[in-house]
Design a binder for this molecule. Sequence first.
Ligand code: ZN
Length: 265
Amino acid sequence: MEMQWLQHGEPLPGLEARGPYADGVAVFVTTGDGRRKPELGYDADGRAASPRERELLAAALGLDGSRLVFMEQVHGGMATAVDESAAGAGVESRATAVRGADALVTACGELALVGLSADCPLVALWDSDGAVCAVAHAGWRSTTAGIVRQTVEAMVRLGARAERIRAALSPAIGPCCYEVQSDLVEAMTSAGAAREEDFLRREGRVYLDLGAAVKKQLIDSGVERERISGAFACTMCGVGQFHSYRRDGARAGRQAMGVRLRAGR
Ligand SMILES: [Zn+2]
């Protein structure tokens, strides 16, 4: 697994970490230390909740905070390619984030693409040969809208080849906790976004393994199974490590997953 999981510059315990840029790419996810969790999201007014923690995150990747790029994340299926001109989008406020996007794709090594989540899986993707990377926000609505395929296709348009792409899934709400209702089951299965085996039935309730559905979409989009890795930690169970909307409701913060190509490529 050639990737780097960082907690403000420190490897995340329990996940395999190699040197930054081992594969021409750095991938990071933020996590709490058991007592407090960094808050990478926005406050109720749409301003960065903790500009300081965003700066720390950027510094861990050797970048200034103004080189981060955030997206609006509207639970849709749109992947947007960005270049230098997007630097700083969404850094100070959600109003300036890349409009309408649930995935960002770039060939620019001087940017770090950032996704925010409090339960939804985030996916970092990269083709170091093609020098293209991406981050996708793959909640159930975006997954149903085809965000994974849209992201891979946008990467291919920038020079990636699907069979060379590596993908890493962030921690997300797991099938231990993600109880869903029949309307979600119907929406995802009728769109071909989840299979019967992605739904687990226990004591009359239905639970979704969204990570498995996302993985299937990656494979269906041409990404090889052995090139997909991930942290299968559950955000709702990980009280001291992760933010969870299911657990904490409107007061939940956000963790971040980001990806950056090696600078100067
Ligand atoms: Zn759980």
